[in-house]
Each structure stands twice: as structure tokens, then as C-alpha cells.
Design a protein around this ligand. Structure first.
Ligand code: MCA
Ligand code: AMP
Length: 501
């Protein structure tokens, strides 16, 4: 069998492993062997569809075990897996299809008509595993001789927005993903006795490359929920040993009195990431459950960079230490020089986890990936005297809402395009459930009569719901500094309680 770094590292040689891998409450439970069989059929279908090494397979489907099989099939077939948030409307998906030029695009059957006439081969897959993907694969052999792929070959492209407002495809190699999986599985002490309650979406790093890859690698089980559903979470927590989530998971659980010490007495680990976990949530969680949440820090371009320790002190409000094999330095954002110990600066990362660059954007890659291999994260931080990394802000203009990253520029571009709008500024405001939510300040042309509802309505087909402003304010002029730059901090202060009062 030809070597395929990522697939071999996650599931290699386990074709006969009949242990349960994925438990789907109310649905079918999957053994490891069954997953590999389905994956083999999908890989055969992808080759029939003409997928060649390095080709992109773009996927916008609901969370399901079949979607995991499709991810693994793409990797085995030598392709680059390109998952897309199911919340993206046609207009947003169009950008990704144009930019990535996938050989195959898989979407929900209910949305297939929206994609009539696209250049890629169109297949469908619904949340229950039905659609033309399954139909086409059903008669195909499950045996599949992996397409040979080495450490540096492309395994996935994940889009992440930039300050320009347009998303860039972060190219992740087989070894970027596998090396991080091995490091994390070891650092967090996962093994085949673990049962992970999996409620994250699988179109982002956290749910796919952290949670899923680790569990595939160690041969533990996942209880696979379609989404975060509080009742199901409370029902399933007693069956799990570990949970990975964004801070909203933890604040929602804490808001329910049934979430108590007894319910999670047997749990081994709670991991939080993708957005800052408030120190008060950390403290409240420990008081309620006796467990200390383990917070870690990562990015689409780098997978995971730092983590609080498994055995040592998990320090609230910090993201812990650089992971083994990962180097972190703090630099002056202007000059790039390393700052004095304890000083605040730009967080830069180097290691086997750091991506290969942005898809077809060498100039963007050169801006963010230094010649010596350090990646400029756009996050500001400092190390404390004990070596814990604190994230203190962002140099990049970014809103993190419920763990989803939203780049204001994209929202501003859409609002500015509306008739009657002179200019706009989008910014984050505190939100009790989502951490932050998007608000916008808009300057109207003389005589224009747009109101808040009309602006939000106009964005409905243009932007995913989670990116749409929760509040829109009309102003005579945007606050600017002497350089003419919009002062988002002033807007944030002015409208600080827009989503809390
Ligand atoms: C849903 N809505 C949102 C969000 N999610 N709005 C803003 N931000 C969101 N994150 C919208 C819905 O469309 C709906 O709109 C309304 O808010 C309420 O939806 P609700 O049913 O409460 O939402 P939900 O389905 O329960 O989802 C909330 C959630 C979910 C559980 C926090 O967003 C989630 O699973 N987030 C995880 C994101 C994640 O995996 N991030 C990792 C990225 P309406 O009411 O108008 O219909 S990877 C990453 O960041 C890095 C690499 C890392 O370090 O991990
Ligand atoms: P993404 O755009 O999805 O790659 O998200 C990466 C960004 O999420 C990072 O650059 C940080 O700004 C943020 N992030 C991830 N984990 C944490 C964390 N534990 N604390 C604060 N911010 C985080």
C-alpha cells in the first residue's frame, strides 16, 4: 500500500478494527472498520470523478459521519479537503469556488439547484448520509490503494479571512496536521479509553483537526452530536470522559442548574479554545464542578500553538505554554525585533504545525510568514514570569462571535455597497452568550432613508447569519484619528452595551 502520511497516521492498518469509533445518539453507531470501508468507497468515487493529487474537494455539508468519511477519502485520494461553513449563502460560497477551483464540490441536496452550472463536479450529501455521493459510491469497492502523499503534500485548505476582507486559503500539509495531532494526543493524555463528546462543527480546525483527528488517532470514541444542543449535552455528558468546546459551550452549560459536580464527576478533561475564556468563567466552572478548564490557543494557519498543562497549574486568563516542538516569540509589531522578556508584542509562531502559505497568494504569504519560518499571528501577547502566554488583544481587526471569526472589512464592504450608504464601520461588542457580536455604525447620504432593519435585511443573502450585525447605528461621521483611521475602540466604547442591555 502506498504511503499516505495523514491517513496512515490517523487510521493506518486498522481496517479490521471492530471497536466502536463514532456513537451517534438516535442514529447508527460506527466501528473503525466501517468508517474505513465507507471512506474507501468515497475515495474510489473521487478518483472516478477525476480527482488528481493536489485537487481540491470543496465540501459544504451538515455534520455527519459520512462527512468525516469524505474528509478521510479526500486525503487518501491525494486531494486537498476544503470544508465550508454551512451558514455561508451562495454569494459567499461563490467566492471560494472561484478562488479554489475545486475538482469536486459536495453540497446539501436541498441546495444543489443553487450550484447548477458550476465548473466543479457537483455531488450531494445530506445529514443522514444520503445523496448522489452515497448513490455513486454504493456499488464501488471499499478496497482502496492510497494515493501516495508525503509529509509536505497538501492535505487541506481552510479559508480564513484577512484584513482585506477577502478570505485566504490556508494550505495545510499532511505533516502540519499529523504532527499537531500526535503532540496534542500526548500532551492531553488521550488514549483509547477516552470518549469525547463532540458537539463542534467539523468545517473548522477545532472540530476537525483537533477533536476528530485526536480521537481517530488514539482509537477512542466520539459521541457525535450534530451541533451544541443543551439537552443532548446534559444527557450525554455522563457517557463521556472529555469535552472540547468554545467558551460559549461552557457559559451555556453553567447557565443551567442541572450542570453540576455530580453530572461530570467522572470526566477527565474539559478543553476550551477558539476565543478567550473569561477568567470568571474558569473560576465559576471550577467552583461548580471541581474541574479546571484547560485553555489552549491556536489558529487556522497553525493548528494549536500553546496549551495550559495537563498536570501542572491551569492558569485562568492564560493560554499556557508553547506545545512541544513549537516556538513562540514576542516581537515589536513595527520593527519585528524580539521585545524584552515580559513585554507585550506580536505573537509569532514557528514549528511543524505552521502552514505552507496562502493558496495562490504568495504576496500575502510573504507578509505573514517570515523568511526564518515564523508566522505573524496578528495576536498581541506577553509571557509572564512563569512562562505562561497571555493573549492581550489583537493587532488584526477581528470579531470572535461564539468561536466564529468575523472580519469587519467584509461586512463593511457589503454595507457600503447599499444604496444611500456613504461609509460604515463594523466592530465587536460584548454579547452575554457569544462573547462578542457584530455591530455596525453607518453614515447615510443626505436624504437616504435606510433604517436598521433594512440594512440587516439587505445583508441576508450576502453574508452568513453569524456575520450579520445584531445592531446598526446611524452616525453623522465615523470617529477618526489624526491619520484618518477609523477609531473602532471609540465605537466599541460608545456602543459597549448594545447587546447586553
Ligand atoms: C449561531 N448564530 C451565531 C453564531 N452561531 N451568531 C453569531 N455567532 C455565532 N457563533 C446565529 C444563528 O444563526 C441564529 O440566528 C442565532 O445566532 C442563534 O443561534 P443558536 O441556535 O443559539 O446558535 P447555535 O446553533 O446554538 O450556535 C452557537 C454555537 C455555535 C454553539 C456557539 O456557533 C458553535 O458551535 N460555535 C463553534 C464555532 C467553532 O467551532 N469555532 C472554531 C473555529 P437567528 O436567531 O437569527 O436564526 S477554529 C478556530 O477558531 C481556531 C483555529 C481555534 O483556536 O480553534
Ligand atoms: P481562526 O481565524 O479561526 O484561525 O482563529 C484564530 C484566532 O482565534 C487567533 O488568532 C486568536 O485571535 C483567537 N483564539 C484562538 N484561541 C484563543 C484563545 N484561547 N484565547 C484567545 N483567542 C484565541
Amino acid at each position: 500500500m502506498a504511503a499516505n502520511t495523514l491517513f496512515d497516521g490517523l487510521l493506518g492498518g486498522r481496517e479490521a478494527d471492530s471497536r466502536l469509533l463514532l456513537r451517534v445518539p438516535g442514529g447508527h453507531d460506527w466501528s473503525c472498520a466501517e468508517l474505513i470501508l465507507r471512506c474507501g468507497q468515497y475515495a474510489n468515487l473521487l478518483l472516478r470523478c477525476g480527482v488528481e493529487p493536489g485537487d481540491r474537494v470543496a465540501v459544504q455539508v451538515d455534520k455527519s459521519v459520512d462527512a468525516i468519511a469524505l474528509y478521510l477519502a479526500t486525503v487518501r485520494a491525494g486531494g486537498a479537503f476544503l470544508p465550508l461553513n454551512t451558514a455561508y449563502p451562495r454569494a459567499e460560497v461563490g467566492y471560494f469556488l472561484d478562488d479554489a477551483e475545486p475538482a469536486v464540490f459536495v453540497c446539501d441536496p436541498a441546495r444543489a439547484a443553487e450550484f447548477d452550472g458550476i465548473d466543479a463536479r457537483l455531488l450531494t450529501l445530506d445529514a443522514d448520509g444520503n445523496g448522489s455521493l452515497a448513490d455513486g459510491a454504493r456499488e464501488l469497492a471499499a478496497d482502496f490503494d492510497n494515493v501516495e502523499r508525503g509529509e509536505d503534500d497538501l492535505a487541506a485548505i481552510l479559508y480564513t479571512s484577512g484584513t482585506t476582507g477577502l478570505s485566504k486559503g490556508a494550505m495545510l500539509s499532511h505533516d502540519n496536521l499529523l504532527s499537531n495531532t500526535l503532540t496534542l494526543a500526548d500532551y492531553w493524555q488521550f488514549d483509547d479509553t477516552d470518549v469525547l463528546l463532540h458537539a463542534l462543527p467539523i468545517f473548522h480546525t477545532h472540530g476537525l483537526f483537533v477533536a476528530t483527528n485526536i480521537m481517530l488517532r488514539v482509537g477512542g470514541q466520539m459521541i457525535f452530536l450534530r451541533r451544541f444542543d443543551l439537552e443532548l449535552m446534559l444527557e450525554q455528558l455522563p457517557n463521556a470522559t472529555a469535552l472540547m468546546g468554545v467558551p460559549t459551550f461552557y457559559t451555556r452549560l453553567l447557565a443551567d442548574e442541572r450542570f453540576d459536580r455530580e453530572l461530570v464527576a467522572h470526566m477527565r478533561l474539559f478543553v476550551s479554545g477558539s476565543a478567550p475564556l473569561l477568567a470568571e468563567t474558569h473560576v465559576q466552572f471550577e467552583q461548580r464542578t471541581g474541574h479546571r478548564i484547560l485553555e489552549r490557543y491556536g489558529m487556522t494557519e497553525t493548528n494549536m500553538n500553546t496549551s495550559n498543562p495537563y498536570d501542572g497549574e491551569r492558569r485562568a486568563g492564560t493560554v499556557g505554554f508553547p506545545l512541544p516542538g513549537v516556538e513562540i516569540r514576542i516581537c515589536d509589531p513595527e520593527t519585528g525585533a524580539v521585545v524584552a522578556p515580559g513585554e507585550i508584542g506580536m505573537i509569532e509562531v514557528r514549528g511543524p504545525n505552521v502552514f505552507q502559505g496562502y493558496w495562490r497568494k504568495p504576496e500575502k504569504t510573504a507578509e505573514e510568514l517570515r523568511a526564518d519560518g515564523f508566522f505573524v499571528t496578528g495576536d498581541l501577547g506577553r509571557f509572564d514570569d512563569d512562562g505562561y502566554l497571555h493573549i492581550l488583544g489583537r493587532d488584526k481587526d477581528l470579531v470572535i462571535s461564539g468561536g466564529y471569526n468575523i472580519y469587519p472589512k467584509q461586512i463593511e464592504t457589503e454595507i457600503d455597497a447599499l444604496d444611500g450608504v456613504v461609509e460604515s464601520a463594523a466592530f465587536g461588542v460584548p454579547h452575554p452568550d457569544l462573547g462578542e457580536a457584530v455591530a455596525a455604525a453607518v453614515v447615510l447620504a443626505d436624504g437616504a432613508s435606510l433604517d436598521e432593519g433594512a440594512v440587516i435585511d439587505a445583508l441576508r443573502d450576502r453574508l452568513a447569519r453569524f456575520k450579520q450585525p445584531r445592531r446598526v447605528f446611524f452616525v453623522d461621521a465615523l470617529p477618526r484619528n489624526a491619520m484618518g483611521k477609523v477609531q473602532k475602540n471609540v465605537l466599541r466604547d460608545t456602543y459597549n452595551d448594545a447587546c447586553t442591555s
